[in-house]
Every structure is written in structure tokens, then in C-alpha cells.
Design a protein around this ligand. Structure first.
Ligand code: AMP
Length: 431
């Protein structure tokens, strides 16, 4: 099956061919005809499945065929949780729409609002936005939603995790009732379905498995280690295996900064990316990593979620995530586009509960490898696979990020990046 059979216009097919895409991915095959037919869509799809093109291509097609945008208006609104994702989607819109005469822009917080207001003045056909900044712009009369024909809610599950539900509901209330709605989410929990009820009409439901799942393309194993030994162990692994590049996850922003400093002190070129970094620093770190001038990118979960970094051979979990699903998201960064990858987790004895939760979700016990000279003195207990079905935990609204940290911070961390008390006591109780 090729792109030409989907009914997209020639300028779009040309842009797609220039990107080197020959075959639509499963989500594109299902979503593109549905969106072109004007249907609402609810799609369970993660980053890496080609979902951005799945909604962007038919939207471009639709908008280019008729109508024009008026001052301060928007015709297609794409909402996404993080600044990096917003920038990435906007880049895709530009790429796929480069042979069309449509206007698009991206708005997110953390940067000066004035240039964004200027860009919105003439109106844009496609606006990619994070919710908080979009509402700020609306309140300042920089944008109006009267002309919105299509709404995309991307990474809806993460939006709820990050506490954006109220902003989303406010935005929904401002949009014209008669519009097309596309909702993309990695998972469809009860909360997402509740949100969907008020948003989509008789949707086409699509579910695709990621092109690379934890269990398929990525070779992943754990390395038991004492907490204090994790930094020297990582440095040893980098040097011993001559790793050229890796994305390294830490649980907290403080941990990311500390590890970055230690690597740099050992002559290993690294940069941190997390919600406390300025937008400029985040964009630069990501661009340098993509160019290869930064070899090790040290990231917290939200900052890294959805980042499309091609051909990443190596992911390291310096800390295990608190939320088991994040393990799958993290290691999904490697082995993209069919290439095989490797993911290693450094696990200390106090992370046994997180390890057990991940193994329960994956329905497999992860292989353990010990590294000579780094055998832990605090033993990691033996895994005993819990075969009860995995039930995702609901995010606790009490732990919603505060307004100063709407982006880039885990919903279950405090503003200092530490684990909230409830989850520590809960973890203890389980042990
Ligand atoms: P996404 O899931 O939207 O983040 O896309 C993941 C990656 O797949 C991006 O690097 C896209 O450029 C790429 N991609 C999207 N569609 C295709 C396709 N049909 N063929 C090859 N690569 C694609």
C-alpha cells in the first residue's frame, strides 16, 4: 500500500516522498481516510508509530482545499503537553506542508509572548500549542477560536497526568460546537474516556501497537548496583563499551544536573534537559544531541517523552521510573524505525518495588547482569513475577505540578523534584 492510494493531494505526496516515506504506517492507513472523511477519531498510539503525520497530512489536505483564515483566527488547533512536542509537531507541519500556501505557527510557555502575538495577528491555518500559553493568548485577545474546524488533542493521557484537564476543558468550552475532533493517547484509561465523552462524536476508534515495543526490538536488561556506585558504573559502561551517544533518564531534575556535572568532570560530554531549564537551554541541548555535539543527554521523563531522536542506539535508566508505563516510553526512545537498540537500567536495592511493578506490567522478569567490580553490597531481592493483571494507577490530582512548572515536571514529583511522601510510604508498605 502506498501513500498515493490515500487520496492526499499532490503537494502533500511530494513532501512525503521528499521525506523518504514510501509506505504509510498502520495508524496512517487507518486515520488518514477517516480524517479526510470528516470523522472524529480516537486513536491509541504512541510516539514512534507515525501518528504526527497521521493527523497532520489529512488536516493539511483538508485546509488547503477550501477556505482561508481571518485575522487572529485559527482553523486547526493542535494541543500537546510539552514545549518540545509542540516544537516537533510544528516542524512536521512545516515539512509536510512546504508545498502548500498555509500559515502555521507554534506557541508555548517559557518564552516571550509578544512574538507569538505578532504571528497570530494575521491568523494561522494551523496552530500548535501547549494549553497554558494558549489560554494566556486568548485572554489577551491575541487569538480567537471562531474559525476552528479541527481540534487535535495529542498525548491526551500525558495532558491529564500533567494536570492540564482544567485548561483543556476551558479551551473546549471556547471552541465552536461544530468541529472535527481527533484524540491521540498512548493509553485509554477511564479518565481519558470521560474526557473523550464530552469531546468526540461517534468516533472511529483506532488502536495500533508501537512499531517497537519494549518486548520486541529493544534488548533490555538490568544491572543491580549500589546507589552510590551508579555514577562510577555509568562512566565505566560508557568508557568500556565506547558508547557514542545515549539518552540517560534520571527520576529528578536535581539528579539530572548532578549526573551531568559528574560526567563532565570525567571528561564525558553531557547536557541536561528538564523542566527547570530555560526553553533556550532545552532547545539547544536537544539540537546539540541530534547533531552529535552532545553525546549524553540526561533527561527527566516529561522532558524526554515523545522526543523524536533518530537511530538512538542506547538508553540508560539511571533511576527506574516511579510509573511503570514510563519504562516502556523511555526504552521506546531506542530501536526506532526498525533499528535495534539497547536499554540498560541501573537498579539499586531501594528500587525493588519499582522493578517489580515494571516486571508485572511487562509480564516478564528482566535479565540481570552484574558488572565486575560493581557488584552491589546491598542485595537486590530476587524477582518473583506478580501475575495479576496490571492496573494503571490514577494520577493523584494533589500532586499536580504547580503553575510555575506546568511543563517538564513529573506529576508525581514535588517542585523540588523529590518523590512525594505518599508514594514513599506506599512503597515501604508494599515491601
Ligand atoms: P511520530 O510517531 O509521529 O513521532 O513519528 C515517528 C517517526 O516516524 C518520525 O521520525 C517520522 O518522520 C517517521 N515517519 C512517520 N511516518 C513515516 C512513514 N510512513 N514512513 C517512514 N517514516 C515515517
Amino acid at each position: 500500500m502506498s501513500f498515493t492510494t490515500l487520496g492526499l493531494s499532490d503537494p502533500i505526496l511530494k513532501a512525503v516522498a521528499e521525506e523518504g516515506y514510501t509506505t504509510p504506517t498502520p495508524i496512517q492507513l487507518q486515520a488518514i481516510p477517516a480524517v479526510m472523511a470528516g470523522k472524529d477519531v480516537m486513536a491509541a498510539a504512541q510516539t514512534g508509530t507515525g501518528k504526527t503525520a497521521a493527523f497532520t497530512l489529512p488536516i493539511l489536505d483538508k485546509l488547503s482545499k477550501r477556505g482561508s483564515v481571518q485575522a487572529n483566527q485559527v482553523r486547526a488547533l493542535i494541543l500537546t503537553p510539552t514545549r518540545e512536542l509542540a516544537a516537533q509537531i510544528a516542524e512536521s507541519v512545516d515539512t509536510y506542508g512546504k508545498h502548500l500556501r498555509l500559515r502555521s505557527t507554534v506557541v508555548f510557555g517559557g518564552v516571550n509572548i509578544n512574538p507569538q502575538m505578532m504571528k497570530l495577528r494575521k491568523g494561522v491555518d494551523i496552530l500548535v500549542a501547549t494549553p497554558g500559553r494558549l489560554l494566556d493568548l486568548y485572554r489577551q485577545n491575541a487569538v480567537n477560536f471562531r474559525q476552528v474546524e479541527v481540534l487535535v488533542l495529542d498525548e491526551a493521557d500525558r495532558m491529564l497526568d500533567m494536570g492540564f484537564i482544567h485548561d483543556i476543558r476551558k479551551i473546549l468550552a471556547l471552541l465552536p460546537k461544530n468541529r472535527q475532533n481527533l484524540m491521540f493517547s498512548a493509553t485509554f484509561s477511564e479518565d481519558i474516556r470521560n474526557l473523550a465523552k464530552g469531546m468526540v462524536n461517534n468516533p472511529v476508534e483506532i488502536s495500533v501497537t508501537p512499531r517497537n515495543t519494549a518486548v520486541e526490538l529493544v534488548e533490555h536488561w538490568i544491572c543491580p548496583a549500589d546507589k552510590k556506585q551508579k555514577t562510577p558504573l555509568l562512566i565505566h559502561l560508557i568508557k568500556e563499551n565506547n558508547w557514542s551517544q545515549a539518552l540517560v533518564f534520571t527520576r529528578t531534575k536535581h539528579g539530572a544536573n548532578k549526573l551531568t556535572r559528574s560526567l563532565e568532570q570525567s571528561g564525558i560530554n553531557a547536557a541536561a534537559i528538564h523542566g527547570n531549564k530555560s526553553q533556550g537551554a532545552r532547545t539547544k541541548a536537544l539540537a546539540d544531541f541530534k547533531k552529535g555535539t552532545v553525546r549524553f543527554l540526561i533527561a527527566t521523563d516529561i522532558a524526554a517523552r515523545g522526543l523524536d531522536i533518530d537511530l538512538l542506539p542506547q538508553v540508560v535508566n539511571f533511576d527506574l521510573p516511579n510509573v511503570p508505563e514510563d519504562y516502556v516510553h523511555r526504552i521506546g526512545r531506542t530501536g526506532r524505525a526498525g533499528a535495534s537498540g539497547q536499554a540498560i537500567s541501573l537498579v539499586s536495592a531501594d528500587e525493588f518495588q519499582q522493578l517489580s511493578d515494571i516486571e508485572r506490567l511487562l509480564k516478564q522478569i528482566l535479565t540481570r547482569k552484574f558488572i565486575d567490580g560493581f557488584e552491589p553490597t546491598h542485595d537486590l531481592p530476587e524477582s518473583n513475577l506478580d501475575r495479576r493483571p496490571f492496573i494503571p494507577k490514577k494520577p493523584n490530582p494533589q500532586n499536580r505540578p504547580n503553575l510555575g512548572h506546568r511543563d517538564g515536571q513529573r506529576s508525581r514529583t514535588s517542585s523540588h523534584g523529590s518523590k512525594p511522601k505518599w508514594s514513599q510510604s506506599k512503597a515501604k508498605a508494599k515491601r
